[in-house]
Design a protein around this ligand. Sequence first.
Ligand SMILES: *Cc1c(COP(=O)(O)O)cnc(C)c1O
Length: 378
Amino acid sequence: MAEADGRTLGDEEVAAAERVIRSGMLNSVWGTEARALERELTEMYGVRHAITCSSGTAALHLSVVAAAPDPGDEIITTPITDFGTVAPILAQNAIPVFADVDPSDGNLDPAAVAALIGPRTRAIMAVHLFGAPARVRELRELADEHGLTLIEDCAQAWLTELPGGALAGTAGQVGCLSLQQWKHITCGDGGVAITDDDELARRMRLFSDKGWDRAAGRSHAAFGLNYRMTELQAAVARAQLAKLPGVLAARRGTAALLLDALKGLPGVRLPRPGGHAWWLFPVVCPDGDAAELAAHLAAAGIPARAGYLGEPLNRAPVWEADIYGRSRYPLDGYEPNPCPQAERMVDRTLLVIDWNENYTSAHVELIAQEMMKFRARP
Ligand SMILES: *Cc1c(COP(=O)(O)O)cnc(C)c1O
């Protein structure tokens, strides 16, 4: 397949980086770019606070800090995600509890989440997988009923829309975004946590800056790390943010073409387009032949992979490894839950096709043709 690389880096980002370097101020504590990016994000998302930080994983760490679990408290999340969703749970000495997913899209199944809520549950971390809206309204109702914090991992879901049109990231108490190299927009690495809650915003801001309340002098009010975004990252991210609506429109346009071309194809379950941000184009092969289809597409030069992960995170080797030196606290005796739907998806039914804003109808036609060829084989 003629290589379409999906980045939109150009003169605007060069000018942004140059502006920062010429200003002589690369650090966001004293610069203006990160604060400007935060203002632009609060406007785009219609929220009170946006806290920029060094990565999507850092943003998720901030969100777990905001949820304030005691050591040994439980946070319910999905086994089909980037490890950046789970690492912050471990960093705060909380326990990840994996809930199973809806086999049609790999997003958390609210009924599975509800069944796992117990006296130690502190938060739910939902992921809008591949850009498809997770059922966060139902999860927010559950969270409210049980006094939990709902965190939305929107790293793959810039401008994903929930039913009704609200943006993913605004249904939970905290939404987290990533600016890593391969997300919809990028500054290499970078992250943002958004919230409407003043107290959660205060905790996250303090944690991202060594617990340092800059208004109070050199005085440390809380435990924190240095998760600050640099001015270079922020300036590039601002240039990228201006291109985000175009990136989404392009991805949605070509994804709609592929959906149309594949309509009715037997042996594949197509994604539901409503609100989707098309970070990738996922397909479910209910008969379990995702690996064969992926191999066929890859042989035709189409960037497609089966399973997305080597194994769902509830089966990751990390649970057998040392996590905190010789102590396993609070994970003594920890065994992640089985998640049969997620395991079947990753092992047999899930196929992901790389997607990006520079695809054309010719790319779509080639993908559709090869998928039909695979289905038509004897
Ligand atoms: C990329 C990603 C992360 C982590 O973001 P980084 O910026 O790479 O740290 C977390 N969750 C999901 C779902 C992701 O896709």
